[in-house]
Design a protein around this ligand. Structure first.
Ligand code: NAD
Ligand code: UDP
Length: 316
């Protein structure tokens, strides 16, 4: 692709999307960031708005998007990602993952653009295979409270492959595992931001369940590089992108307490329904096909995230 072609990022004012905007602008691309600002914020891209290569378009992808200019690549990230937010209006979440994805695929078809879908490790549900490989078909509850998101993302993957088969749209599917870093919203509700904010404020650290459930956390700069490499590779995917270092939730709580020198106590709260018990990506495919693997270890990434939240709280 001509480096000056427009790149569209939906969800461009969100956590991962804002880092991707910054990364692509740094590579000399013209970026159009589309966002309805449901969970994202213009604050996340404020430092980029003076750049003439960035255009921000307030828009909900559930509605068709008409652009004056052509686009060469589309990163489709628009969808609330944290359980509290995607469950807030479950039907809108399903619409973003179906109608929204159809709209973006239509735009890709019209522009002969390549489109990358931000899929998720959630499509594996509460996995019976560990670690999860791309060949694993998943264990998802289709009628549970997480289904608007995980079944939604499964349909989104189906739509991508059907548009590819039926309309020859060039597709890329990234299965993103838990990602953290600066610019996660303070009210996001996911584990890393909750624990860091609680630890800095000296509030109790809220562990859901017994804390023995695991996750594997990837720092946002590694994720952005992985998304970029996948987009510009010859592989449609799906490809797992994540950091295979697996940790129990209680261990992440202890680590954050120690890195923040916090006096916070740990408290235990009920485990939400359908909360996956284990999660760890097998990233062999990403290593082979993209030459990608995460570089930022958990301590380094957490320290940077803690610094970010400390500065945020000082500004208030
Ligand atoms: P986020 O909530 O910060 O970002 C999502 C962005 O999309 C927000 O700016 C939000 O305002 C916007 N948005 C939501 N619905 C929209 C709509 N209908 N139209 C236009 N904009 C809309 O979350 P994030 O963590 O940056 O996630 C980005 C993408 O990556 C999501 O698609 C998410 O499902 C996927 N993902 C993230 C993770 C993670 O751990 N962060 C893991 C797996 C998948
Ligand atoms: N979790 C927790 N306390 C919190 C927030 C989350 O114990 O304040 C747990 C949650 O139940 C889950 C894990 O941490 O087992 C990761 O949750 P998150 O919402 O960050 O991501 P996801 O479940 O979507 O992977």
């Amino acid at each position: 692709m001509d480096s000056h072609s427009n790149v569209l990022i939906t969800g461009g004012a969100g956590f991962i999307g804002s880092h991707l905007c910054e990364f692509l602008l740094g590579k000399g691309h013209k970026v159009i960031a589309v966002d309805n600002l449901f969970t994202g914020s213009k604050e996340n891209i404020k430092h980029l708005l003076a750049n003439p290569n960035l255009r921000f378009v307030p828009h909900d992808i559930i509605d068709p998007l008409y652009l004056h200019e052509g686009v060469g690549q589309i990163y489709n990230l628009a969808c609330p990602a944290a359980p509290v937010h995607y469950q807030f209006n479950a039907i809108r979440t399903i619409k973003a993952n179906t109608m929204g994805v159809i709209n973006m695929l239509g735009l890709a078809k019209l522009n002969k653009a390549r489109i990358l879908q931000a899929s998720t490790s959630e499509i594996y549900g509460d996995p019976l295979e560990h670690p999860q490989k791309e060949t694993y078909k998943g264990n998802v509850n289709p009628i549970g409270i997480r289904a608007c998101y995980d079944e939604g993302k499964r349909v989104a993957e189906t739509l991508m492959f059907d548009y590819h088969r039926q309309h020859s749209v060039e597709i890329r599917v990234a299965r993103i595992f838990n990602t953290y870093g600066p610019r996660i919203a303070q009210n996001d509700g996911r584990v890393v931001s909750n624990f860091i904010l609680q630890a800095i404020r000296g509030e109790p650290i809220t562990i859901y369940g017994d804390g023995l459930q695991t996750r594997s956390f990837c720092y946002v700069s590694d994720m952005v590089e992985g998304l970029y490499k996948l987009m510009n590779s010859n592989t449609a995917g799906p490809v797992n992108l994540g950091n295979p270092t697996e940790l129990s939730i209680i261990d992440i709580a202890r680590k954050i307490i120690s890195l923040t020198n916090s006096q916070s106590k740990i408290i235990f709260m009920p485990l939400p329904a359908d909360d996956p018990y284990k999660r760890k990506p097998d990233i062999t495919l990403a290593k082979e096909k993209l030459g990608w693997e995460p570089k930022v270890d958990l301590d380094t990434g957490l320290k940077q995230t803690i610094d970010y939240f400390k500065k945020q709280l000082e500004q208030k």
